[in-house]
Design a protein around this ligand. Sequence first.
Ligand code: AP5
Ligand code: ZN
Length: 212
Amino acid sequence: MRLILLGPPGAGKGTQANFIREKFGIPQISTGDMLRSAINTGAPLGLKARTFMDAGELVPDELIISLVKERLQQPDCANGYLFDGFPRTLPQADALRQAGVALDYVIEIDVPFDEVILRISGRRVHPASGRSYHIKFHPPKVEDRDDITGEALIQRQDDAEETVRKRLAVYLEQTKPLVDYYANWAKQGSVDGKRDHTTTPAQYRRISGQGS
Ligand code: AP5
Ligand code: ZN
C-alpha cells in the first residue's frame, strides 16, 4: 500500500502515521523527521535545510525530491510506504507522478488552525526517535521523559508560536493546493482530525468513507 497523509502542521500526521505504519507493516517516510535527523548528525543536507526549517519556510524542492527518491530505493519500501509531509508543493507532487509511483490513498487530515496551535504549543518530542507527545492530550508516563527510553523530551525548534504561524501561512499557500491536485483522483479522502488521538486506523478509515 502506498499512501500520502496531507494536512497542516500539527494536524496529527505523525501521530496517525504511527498507527498506519504498525497496522500495515509499511515504513513511514517523514521528510521532516529525515531532515531533523540530518541536522542532528551534522550531515550536509541538515546544514542546507536548517535555515529554512527554523524560519518556517519549505526546504527547496530539489533537495527534498532527491532525498525521497533515494529513500524509495531502500528495500523496506518494496511493499509500500506512507508519506508524512511529502509531497508539499506542486513540483514535488509532479516529481512523484513522473517517478511512476502508484498511490492507493491520499488522505487529508483536516484540523482548524486554532486547534493546530493548541496541539503544537503542547507538543514534546523525543529527538532520537521522533516520538511525539502532548502535555495535555497525550502526556508521557513521566513528565518530560520518553515512555520507551526515559530520555528527555524537548520542544521542536520550529514550534515557537511565530514560526508556527509562518508554517501555517506556507501550508495555505504552497501545500493546500495539493488537495485540489489530488481531488479528481478517486481514492482521495478527508478525515475530521478533531477526534482524539486514540482514534485507530479502523475508525480512521470509517470516518474517511474510503478504503476497505
Ligand atoms: P514536518 O516535520 O513535516 O512538520 P509539519 O508538517 O509542520 O507537521 P508537524 O510534524 O508539526 O505536525 P504533525 O501533523 O506530524 O502532527 P503530530 O502528529 O506531531 O516539517 C517540518 C519542516 O521541515 C517544514 O516546515 C519544512 O521546513 C521542512 N520540510 C519537511 N518536509 C518538507 C517537504 N516535503 N518539502 C519542503 N520542506 C519540507 O501532532 C502534533 C501534536 O498534537 C502532538 O503533540 C500530538 O500528540 C498532538 N495530537 C495529535 N493528534 C491529536 C488528536 N487527535 N487530538 C489531540 N492532540 C493530538
Ligand atoms: Zn510530523
